[in-house]
Design a protein around this ligand. Structure first.
Ligand SMILES: NC(=O)c1ccc[n+]([C@@H]2O[C@H](COP(=O)([O-])OP(=O)(O)OC[C@H]3O[C@@H](n4cnc5c(N)ncnc54)[C@H](O)[C@@H]3O)[C@@H](O)[C@H]2O)c1
Length: 320
């Protein structure tokens, strides 16, 4: 349970499959003022459920409501246009992942947010997953030595409604972000192989990220496997740590024993993520956990992965 005592007024743009979860959490926090979706039926349903104002057009929403922040939960290729419109009105914005499919658009968004002194963050929700938080603490403490390699598996049947991007921008980006977070570093080389079987864009991909000191992350994602799999492992010099994004369980094997720390309670990453956004807006913390610069780097890595797949060569990066 997360306690919120806030007078903030927020709106959600896009209350489809994922945006409706944001609506539930913001309603529980008592900060949901309005929802906006071009699909009239969806807007009506969510607005009635949470007793909020509803709009079908973003301009009407922004012209009518007095808002502290908006959440952008529309399809990826619309993120930048929608977020810019919001920021031009001096309103803070949380944009679902990826910040944009284009790093040039990400950079433009970052520039506007800096010029207008606004919070801009993106929905890299796994940072708030208690399993990732626990593994991060173990890695940073070096309890099992130095982190050398990571492997991520994210698999499920194809989500039929995702039409504007392939699996790299939709799904692998979560693990690209988590790899950079756990390594506390940015990769200097990306190599990827991807393919498409059932989708317009790639629906399976394996991406290799090279970090300094020979450290490496392998990210395997597919929209083919019938079961939902979301797990990762971190090979350290004195043990291997395994995590499951879904069960939030972690397991440590250090040669002499296998340890499964008991989790006191399941925490919803979305609740923690949105609490962090509210705290950043209210100035309770220095900035959101996911900076706009971090999110821009994820998009740059995803772009490099697509380029590497198209050219068959590694792509060297100079990320800041
Ligand atoms: N963080 C996560 O774990 C996670 C999970 C799922 C989806 N997402 C992200 O959330 C975003 C939305 O995904 P989804 O699965 O909910 O998609 P969706 O297609 O189910 O919903 C998108 C909604 O946006 C509305 N919309 C589109 N353009 C609009 C506009 N200009 N104005 C108002 N409404 C508009 C559509 O009518 C639709 O209801 C994507 O960026 C996706 O990557 C994140």
């Amino acid at each position: 349970m997360v306690d919120i005592d806030s007078k903030l007024r927020l709106a959600i743009i896009g209350v489809g499959g994922w945006g409706k979860n944001h609506a539930r959490v913001l309603h529980d926090f008592g900060v949901l003022s309005a929802v906006c979706d071009m699909d009239a039926q969806r807007t009506k349903e969510i607005a009635e459920r949470y007793n909020t104002n509803s709009y079908h057009s973003i301009d009407d929403l922004l012209n009518t409501e007095k808002l502290d922040a908006c959440l952008v939960c529309t399809p990826t290729k619309t993120h930048s246009v929608v977020a810019k419109k919001i920021m031009e009105r001096g309103i803070n914005v949380f944009v679902e992942k990826p910040l944009s499919f284009s790093s040039r658009e990400c950079e433009e968004m970052v520039e506007i947010s800096q010029k207008k002194k606004l919070i801009l963050t993106s929905g890299y929700i796994e940072r708030f997953n208690p399993a990732v938080q626990d593994v991060k603490r173990l890695i940073d403490s070096k309890r099992y030595g130095d982190l050398l390699m990571m492997e991520f598996h994210r698999e499920n049947r194809m989500p039929l409604h995702v039409k504007d991007v392939g699996i790299i921008y939709d799904t692998s980006v979560h693990d690209i972000d988590t790899a950079m977070f756990l390594f506390n570093s940015i990769p200097h080389v990306v190599f990827a192989r991807a393919g498409k079987k059932f989708h317009m864009y790639e629906d399976f991909a394996t991406i290799m990220l090279g970090f300094n000191d020979q450290r490496v992350a392998i990210i395997a994602s597919n929209w083919i496997t019938p079961q939902r799999v979301r797990r990762f492992s971190a090979v350290c010099t004195d043990g291997i740590i395994m995590g499951d994004f879904i069960s939030q369980e972690i397991k440590i094997d250090h040669g002499e024993a296998t340890i499964i720390p008991r989790r006191q309670q399941f925490q919803e990453p979305l609740t923690l993520e949105l609490k962090n956004f509210l705290d950043a807006i209210e100035g309770k913390i220095r900035g959101p956990v996911v900076s706009a610069a971090d999110a821009t780097n994820v998009t740059k890595v995803a772009e490099a992965a697509l380029l590497s797949n198209n050219t068959g060569s590694p792509v060297y990066l100079d990320l800041k």
